[in-house]
Design a protein around this ligand. Structure first.
Ligand code: SF4
Length: 471
């Protein structure tokens, strides 16, 4: 290879080819590794894990304390005895995300989660998010939503008043099982919280109007027998508020057992989904796209147009399923949400150059979808009237600690459980979509195992390292 103009041109061409490569080689490797160890029963045509998604990540042991009291609470009894310490948070987040980057490749969604994220000073919170981004993570802050607009402003703007974070992502947890929210200390119903749910979105809208801040907001809700029958009404109320996702977690027996107020076994994914569909007044198909084990996650990917929800893929349509298959086979692993538009377009064109037939498949999908939503004019009208937006529904069913503990222990020893309950737990842990990085042991630990097993010892140690009262 010469150093002259030809050599330089060749090197520039190679760099361009690498940069526009549709899927990063490390993502390809991470996807293949995930797929290879997935249990057989989840390797369905609908499975996105290991074909498009490497899985989500979450932080642990970075700020366990929370200032609300929920029933139930997934945190161990020691969590509230650990001081919130920004330097510790940023250091640990950096180490965990570096390890996640090494194992899962250069792009993934990751949750900045602990106790309550807004107990971090705004500068520390911002630095933690920027650290996650530096490791290629697309961060989402998990909050109870009880903070003021001033906190949000201080988080996203620097000393010069300019945005240091131009886009943020928050999951806000609102449900009537939470105690201590300012203005709704002991809510008697979900409806009592609707003004707080709306106010949370409004904070972001106001700041967007002023600074241009972009945001993605998810609404989280724990569901127990106490509030199950209010889910439908909550869905109807939250739908027009401006969230882009509604996630429901049927309660599990995990965390601080002093906060378990009732048996949670009566509420399962089907019960919550039935409420969701009652709230929407339509079915919410979930069969076309799976994420890990269906006993853990059920998802309805779709969008709102003029207030009505529509799925992206209708499992009853051949044309739409063909498009899904082509997407997973040829476009899986492309970082759609974190790539500049021009670069993304080039990546997509490179895929289409190898698979030109996908253009026809995509048109078939678009025709079928437009038929369902009332035609192009209806969709364009919704877009013009700002009545078009993403809306994903999710039910994430954590597992009980009494099953996770022994199942996880056996897995680490390479033992396959014979007991059907523990075997099922192991299958789900093997297909986990939400894990936490442990660089010190070289493990990626499912969140169920983190909360059921590891949090207890971790928080006991943190209590000594970061006592509430510094002597
Ligand atoms: S955290 Fe638990 S419930 Fe969630 S995907 Fe992992 S194993 Fe399943």
């Amino acid at each position: 290879m010469t150093d002259g103009p030809v050599g330089r041109l060749a090197a520039a061409w190679r760099r361009l080819a690498e940069r526009t490569r549709p899927v990063h080689p490390e993502t390809e490797r991470a996807l293949a590794e995930r797929w290879a160890v997935l249990p057989e029963h989840v390797r369905t045509p609908a499975q996105s894990l290991g074909r498009h998604a490497v899985g989500c990540e979450g932080t642990h042991g970075v700020f366990p304390k929370c200032n609300l009291t929920c029933t139930p609470c997934y945190h161990s009894a020691d969590a509230n005895k650990v001081r919130v310490d920004g330097a510790h948070t940023v250091r640990e987040v950096g180490a965990q995300m570096a390890y996640a980057r090494e194992r899962r490749g250069p792009y993934a969604h990751a949750q900045l989660i602990g106790g309550e994220v807004s107990l971090l000073a705004p500068d520390d919170h911002a630095e933690a998010l920027l650290t996650m981004r530096r490791h290629g993570r697309s961060p989402m802050s998990m909050t109870h939503g009880d903070f003021d607009p001033e906190y949000l402003r201080a988080l996203v703007t620097g000393d010069d008043g300019r945005l240091r974070l131009d886009r943020v992502s928050f999951a806000a947890h609102f449900d009537s099982l939470m105690r201590g929210r300012r203005g709704a200390v002991r809510p008697r119903s979900e409806a009592e919280l609707h003004p707080f749910r709306q106010r949370f979105v409004q904070m972001f809208r106001d700041l967007r109007a002023e600074t241009g801040l972009r945001s993605y907001l998810a609404h989280n809700m724990t569901v127990t027998p106490a509030n199950l029958d209010q889910v439908a009404e909550t869905v109807r109320a939250v739908l027009p508020m401006g969230y882009s996702m509604m996630s429901f977690q049927p309660a599990a027996h995990v965390g601080d057992d002093r906060r378990w107020k009732e048996s949670y076994t009566a509420v399962d994914v089907d019960a919550v989904w039935a409420q969701l569909e009652a709230g929407l007044g339509r079915t919410v198909p979930y069969q076309a796209v799976e994420f890990g084990d269906p006993r853990c996650n059920r998802l309805g990917f779709g969008f709102l147009a003029h207030g009505a929800w529509h799925p992206f893929v209708d499992p009853g349509s051949e044309a739409e399923l063909r498009a899904r298959d082509a997407f997973f086979a040829h476009f899986g692993g492309i970082a759609f949400s974190n790539t500049p538009p021009v670069l993304l377009a080039v990546k997509v064109l490179r895929v289409l150059r190898s698979h030109p037939g996908d253009v026809g498949v995509a048109l078939g999908w678009a025709r079928s979808l437009l038929r369902r939503v009332g035609g192009l004019r209806a969709l364009a009208g919704a877009a013009r009237g700002k009545q078009l937006g993403l809306m994903t529904f999710e039910v994430h069913s954590f597992m009980d600690a009494e099953h996770v503990g022994p199942a996880w222990d056996m897995m680490r020893r390479g033992v396959v459980a014979e007991d059907p309950q523990l075997r099922a737990t192991q299958e789900r842990l093997a297909a986990c979509t939400y894990s936490m990085a442990h660089p010190e042991t070289g493990e990626l630990v499912p969140a169920c195992a983190q909360h059921s097993v590891l949090d207890i010892g971790e928080n006991a140690e943190l209590r000594k390292l970061l006592p509430l009262t510094v002597v």
